[in-house]
Structure formats: C-alpha cells, structure tokens
Design a protein around this ligand. Sequence first.
Ligand code: F6P
Length: 336
Amino acid sequence: MRIGILTSGGDCPGINATIRGVCKTAIYHFGMEVVGIHSGFQGLLTKDVERLDEKSLSGLLNMGGTILGTSREKPFKKRDLATDMDKPGEIVRNIQELGLDCVVCIGGNGTQKTAAKFADMGVPIVSVPKTIDNDIWGTDFSFGFDTAVSIATDAIDRLHSTASSHKRVMVIEVMGHKAGWIALYSGMAGGGDVILIPEIPYDIKNIGDTIIYRLKKGKAYSIVVVAEGIMKGDKKRAAEYIAQEIEYETGIETRETVLGYIQRGGSPTSFDRNLATRMGGHATELIVQGKFGRMVTWSRNEISSLPLSEVTGKLKAVPEDHDLIIQGRRLGISFG
Ligand code: F6P
C-alpha cells in the first residue's frame, strides 16, 4: 500500500512524533510506502509531495513543529472565484494520480471537518487529532495539549516571584481558542488564584473581592490566569482588559503577560511523545484493517477511534462540573 500523510492547521509539539509513529509503523511493520504531503491540503492541490524514508524520519521524536509544513487551507470553503477552481475535485484527482491508497490527516477541528467531507466523497481517510487547545470532541486528550500546559505552568511559576517582590497582581493570558482547557490545567498546576475560562462567565467585582480578601489575609499579590477566548470588552487581548479592570476595581498595581506562540514551540513532553506514537501507530492499523473515515482517539486511557461523522462540528468545552473546577473552588480559587 502507498499512503500519504499531511499536517494541517496550527502547529504544535508532537506532530513530528506522530509522523514518526505513522511512517515507521507503516514502513517497517506493514511494508507500506509513505508519501509526505507538504503544507496541509494545499500540498494535495499542487501535488507538492516527497517520499518519506529512514533518513527523513530520523530525529523526529523530540522535534517541535512539522517537517511537512502546514497551512490553514480549507478546500471546501467557498469556491475561489479568481480561478473558479473545484478544489475538492482537484484534490480527489490528485490523490488518484499520486496512487495513494489512504491519506492520514493530522489536524484540529478544521482539519477533521475537511477530512470528514473527503471521507463522505469516498476518499480513504484516517485522521489524528492535533491541537494544543484540547477542544476536539471524542478524545480525552490531543497531543500538543500537555506540552502547552507545561510551558504555561512554567511561565505562571515564574510570575509568582515578581508578583511577590512588587506586591502586584499578575495576569497571564494563555491560548485555547474558544475553550478554557489550557487555562484550567495550567492555572491549577501553577497555583493561580483566579482562573477565567470562556465556559464560565465572570463578574469583575467577584475577582476584585477575591484579590482584596487575599490582601486582607496578608497575601499581598495574586496570580490571574485567563484563557484568550473570554469576554474582553473592547480590547484585542483578554489579559489587557482584565488587568485594566482589576487595577480599576482594586487600586492594586496590575501587569499583564500574553504567552502566545511560546505555547506551540519546542520539544514535546514525554506524555505527548508517547500519545503521538500510540495514535500514529493506531492510524496505520486502521488503514490495514480498511477502517477509513475514522479519527483516532484516546479515551479512558485507551487508544481507539470514532467515525469522523461523530466528531466534526462539535467543540469539546470544559464542563462546569469538571473535577479540577470543583477541587479548585474548594481551595478558594475564583473562577470569576
Ligand atoms: O489552535 C491553536 C491555536 O494556537 C489557538 O490556541 C490560537 O487561538 C490559534 O491557534 C492561533 O492561530 P494562528 O496560528 O493562525 O495565529
């Protein structure tokens, strides 16, 4: 069999470990041929591909980013009037011309949606969930998330010393798109006193009361962790809005940090490396079993898979009764 592999959407640590898991299992265990497709679905439009072999696959386990490159190309988006190109049709033709028996798509929600549409057209597709946001339905975790949480937690740890020295409130904004998973996990791990996520509306007065209460108890500084997707008034950045509101509400000097793309850089954690290896290998197993149109999942500590039709169009938001939230409230942490 000859399979293609592509990476699409925002990059994150663990993609190369997944490429390694798919390709080495395919080549060495199942005797397949593997073709790397560059820049996501764009590479299928332009047939921008390369044969992947032992040399191209070495050193990938701990390497950040993606050796194939990525893009946010959405072939099913409204037709490109300039070229009036039928992108999905062009891609189906190119998959046939390249002689691909299956395409492995590594990506987030947008990629899963595109993969599902190609699967509905009869294209043999298997997908692997990828995103630091951890907002993909059907899988408990996606690789990239644990690494982003570790990076954010380290950053939060570092804010405690400067907040304490200056008796300030420090606000840090983490990524997560429309979900609050990174803020919840890193806020709890980093000892945040206030954690704001899109799934729980906040009242700035409650936040002010928490900070003043801490002050009265002799805690002269506070750490506030906010997800980028929360309500942010007229500001571009949630951290800027929340910092301004806190300083106005409490009169305490407040500063903000936007962690940004650092959460998507560098080497994956051991958890993400092993999750990526497991998911990559399972994707190849699905191909051998002819089980197409499915996304690999990690559910209750087991590798499995779900039909793409069950996964797409949904957002895995943080449930308000998540055990970390319940436990956080018991510790006196404010969720807004
Ligand atoms: O989906 C991953 C992510 O980093 C989100 O957390 C963030 O909102 C978005 O990508 C940023 O998109 P871009 O890389 O296109 O700026």
